[in-house]
Design a binder for this molecule. Structure first.
Ligand code: PMV
Length: 345
């Protein structure tokens, strides 16, 4: 049995708006998490179909799941031309998350990258090689990207970039890569507390949201802003400039949500608790001088970022001032991680 554990990631420079076959309108950058992951296993056996087909069954946390199964079916249909060796095989997929569903952790990033890695490993076992791509990681990133754009960034640990940028040779809209610079040690201990404001399902799906960017009157300025932010962030990461890091990360989160509001129809994914916590974080930073900041995904939950050296103060602040705004006081403790791990075979 092939088993991969793949973590989710949180974007510092956001990917929002796409073109062609899951290609981003601007380069993005994230860091890979550690505790929030999906574990996926694949068992495969010949199915004797004629003509040869790839067949599958899917279990989520040990049970059949119709919604996920249809999603996987659409995904496999798109990617199977890249895996000719899997034709004539039946695969049994089992998947489980380390974090609750709809908790503000991007489960598509961890689940799609875990599945892509399993498929690439299965091909390697059956065919003895990774076909059509320069490397195993490139193929895993490409296949993850087809499942969910941001998932391709989960194929690596640490700080990861996706999308073409004049800054880095070899960067591409089709693949992700570890950010190829010497990252200042300040950023080696990034921590992320996810404050759960609401665990309700997203009101607007990612694919609808991306497509609304095509008509958004501010989209071209947004793509330019993302490039400026990307370059500034690279410099801040290299030089260890925490203040610039904080400014960019918060501006990116608010710009992402501004794109939701200025789409047509406009939509709003923050909740009153989101605004309250943002205000509290900024106030705490001003009063204590501690370097903490927030970022947001496409939802109401807050990712509170801080550096490990401030852990005790930050945790005390969370418990004292923020948990009242969280759904049933829920939060998830995470940090920058090393990337996917192969656990079986
Ligand atoms: O990967 P998708 O298509 O679900 O898009 C998600 C994009 C954001 O999570 C909102 C931002 C990002 O870059 O991760």
């Amino acid at each position: 049995m092939i088993i991969w554990r793949s973590p989710s990631n949180i974007a510092l420079i956001k990917y929002w708006g796409k073109r062609g076959f899951q290609l981003p309108m601007n380069p993005s950058m994230s860091f890979t998490l550690s505790n929030s992951y999906t574990e996926t296993s694949i068992e495969f056996a010949r199915n004797d179909t004629n003509p040869p087909e790839l067949t599958f069954e899917f279990y989520f946390e040990g049970e059949k799941n119709q919604v996920f199964e249809s999603k996987i079916s659409r995904f496999l249909l798109k990617v199977f031309p890249h895996f000719p060796a899997l034709l004539g095989y039946h695969i049994k997929i089992n998947s489980a998350n380390s974090f609750p569903h709809s908790s503000g952790i991007a489960s598509s990033a961890s689940s799609m990258s875990a599945l892509a890695l399993c498929l690439c490993s299965a091909e390697l076992e059956i065919a003895g090689e990774t076909t059509g791509f320069k490397s195993f990681s490139d193929k895993a990133a490409y296949i993850s990207r087809i499942g969910s754009g941001s998932a391709c960034r989960s194929v690596y640990g640490g700080l990861v970039s996706w999308g073409f940028t004049t800054r880095f040779e070899g960067s591409s809209d089709e693949f992700s890569m570890p950010v190829p610079i010497g990252i200042h040690e300040t950023f080696s201990e990034l921590c992320d507390v996810v404050l759960i404001i609401s665990s309700k399902q997203k009101k607007v799906s990612s694919s609808l949201g991306h497509s609304l960017m095509e008509q958004n009157p501010f989209s071209s300025s947004r793509y330019k802003q993302a490039i400026v932010h990307y370059n500034e962030l690279v410099e801040a990461l290299e030089s260890g400039n925490e203040k610039v890091f904080i400014r960019i990360v918060e501006d990116e989160a608010l710009s992402l949500h501004a794109m939701f509001m200025t789409s047509s129809p406009g939509y709003f994914l923050m909740e009153p608790g989101t605004l309250k916590i943002i205000e509290k974080i900024r106030q705490f930073r001003e009063e204590t001088g501690l370097l903490i900041c927030f970022t947001l995904d496409a939802g109401p939950n807050i990712h509170l970022l801080y550096f490990q050296e401030n852990e005790l103060d930050v945790k005390a602040f969370i418990e004292r001032d923020l948990l009242d705004f969280c759904e049933k006081g829920k939060w998830i403790d995470d940090r920058i991680g090393k990337g996917p791990e192969k656990l079986g075979r």
